[in-house]
Design a protein around this ligand. Structure first.
Ligand code: C6P
Length: 439
């Protein structure tokens, strides 16, 4: 990065800049044009083009405040937490603990002991699978998943089912991409030990009624893991109100850095679960042959911690809070309504997922007649539009939908209706290019 660009990112205004919300003109709604100013990636051309970023389900962009928080930590406070009496080690410990408290408040967990930092959603699910699944799921028990799960919420359970001789059962979706009550009731039974369900489908955008499903599963004596990778960035989450047993998510999908994720689990469960990884910093006492473990949450955080990741995640939470999750959700709903209305009127497009806004969020999968999704993604990239094409790491769902691949757009707080208009112009150009051989 050039010196000029570095100065721009680290200048004083950027450090103190706060997201701006226009109340007069826009009622209580956020103004994405002003929010874009908080994100360095939108201040300059990317690869020579104005960026239209519609791949937020894959990862989100970072505001200056997150970049600055990580820089400040790295420059002024970097030390190995829990391991030294010197200033930097103490400071790193303090910042790491504060970040944990910030996450606790954000998801309204009872105690910071219930917040375990992981690398990402995938590692958090693996932690539950290897620690809880491999020890508490027995032969003949059933693990119930939805067919809409990401591979990260399927493969660990396949391993558990194989090792423990348990049975995997899938809840299938109706033709609108929803889970019916009948389907839920027919699959979750007294034999169910664990239900693993995504909060929002990363392919169809369906927001599942997780609170009702958790309540029903508990009546049957099952625990529930919610994959919140596509949930918590977009809707307010209160884990106590949801009554979730496990809730997992990734920092990089909510404006934070990559390499930091969270497992929330009820304290009683974490107390009886054995460590997933073992080594430094998760112990109380070690002898030649045996060891006793540190109390929660350290018991599940072996090795040197990702302090800069935690600090960046805390800054991302501050940013989201300064705007308000309710406003972010409303903005995404407005964009989704606008996009669906425009896209439904285009004859060459096939859209997938629920049509009712009440049941979905800002992820839209579609196909363009006559153009392979991968070709389409490369073509719109020439117009500066970032979207995702492929199976979206959800092959069982794609097979169920009888699709090989689809294109997918996904919104966040900085997207505008103009982004959607530009996408549709680009799709029109691609279509006529494929029809006439010119673009
Ligand atoms: N989905 C997407 O483009 P990680 O990689 O661990 O941060 O997140 C995994 C994951 C788990 N569950 C759901 C519902 C997800 O959407 C994802 C990540 C990205 O859809 C990358 S494949």
């Amino acid at each position: 990065m050039s010196r000029v660009a570095l100065n721009y990112i680290y200048n004083e205004n950027a450090r103190t800049r706060r997201p701006i919300i226009i109340n007069k003109e826009m009622g209580n709604k956020i103004n994405p044009y002003l929010l874009k100013k908080d994100f360095p990636v939108f201040q300059d051309k990317v690869d020579g083009r104005e960026l239209i970023y519609l791949d937020n389900a894959a990862t989100t962009q970072k505001p200056y405040t997150v970049i600055e928080a990580v820089r400040k930590y790295s420059q002024q406070f970097h030390g190995n937490p829990h391991r030294g009496a010197h200033y930097l080690s103490v400071k790193a410990t303090e910042l790491y603990d504060q970040a944990r408290q910030k996450v606790r408040e954000f998801i309204k967990a009872r105690s910071a002991k219930e917040i375990i930092f992981t690398r990402n959603t995938t590692e958090a699910i693996n932690l539950v699978a290897y620690s809880y699944g491999m020890n508490f799921i027995d032969e003949g028990d059933e693990i119930v998943l939805s067919i809409a799960e990401h591979h990260s919420n399927i493969l660990p359970w396949q391993q558990v089912a194989r090792s423990r001789r348990a049975r995997l059962k899938y809840m299938y979706l109706d033709e609108d991409g929803r889970l019916s009550k009948d389907e839920v009731k027919s699959k979750i039974t007294e034999r169910t030990k664990l239900v693993c369900l995504t909060h929002m489908s990363n392919v169809l955008g369906t927001i599942f009624p997780v609170r009702e499903i958790i309540e029903y599963a508990h009546q049957k004596g099952a625990l529930v893991l919610i994959d919140g990778a596509q949930g918590i960035p977009h809707v307010e989450v209160d884990v106590q109100e949801l009554n979730a047993d496990f809730y997992v998510f990734s920092g990089h999908k909510m404006l934070g850095p990559m390499g930091i994720g969270v497992l929330y689990a009820r304290e009683e469960l974490l107390e009886v679960m054995p460590p997933f990884l073992s080594g430094g910093d998760m112990i109380e006492y070690v002898s030649e042959d045996t060891a006793s473990f540190a109390p929660l949450p350290e018991k599940f955080e072996a090795g040197t911690q990702n302090v800069e990741g935690a600090v960046g995640l805390a800054a991302a939470i501050d940013y989201l809070n300064s705007i308000g999750m309710d406003k972010i959700h409303q903005h995404e709903q407005d964009l989704t309504a606008y996009a669906l209305e425009r896209m439904q009127g285009i004859s060459y497009l096939t859209l997938y997922g629920p049509t009712d806004l009440e049941e979905r969020g800002g992820i839209i999968s579609f196909n363009v007649a006559g153009i392979h999704p991968h070709d389409l993604a490369s073509i719109v990239d020439l117009d500066g539009i970032a979207l995702r094409a492929g199976h979206h790491c959800a092959q069982p769902l794609m097979k169920y939908l009888q699709l090989v691949a689809s294109c997918r757009i996904s919104f966040y707080l900085y997207n505008t209706k103009e982004d959607i208009d530009q996408l549709i112009d680009s799709l029109d150009r691609a279509r006529s290019w494929f029809s006439n051989g010119t673009k």
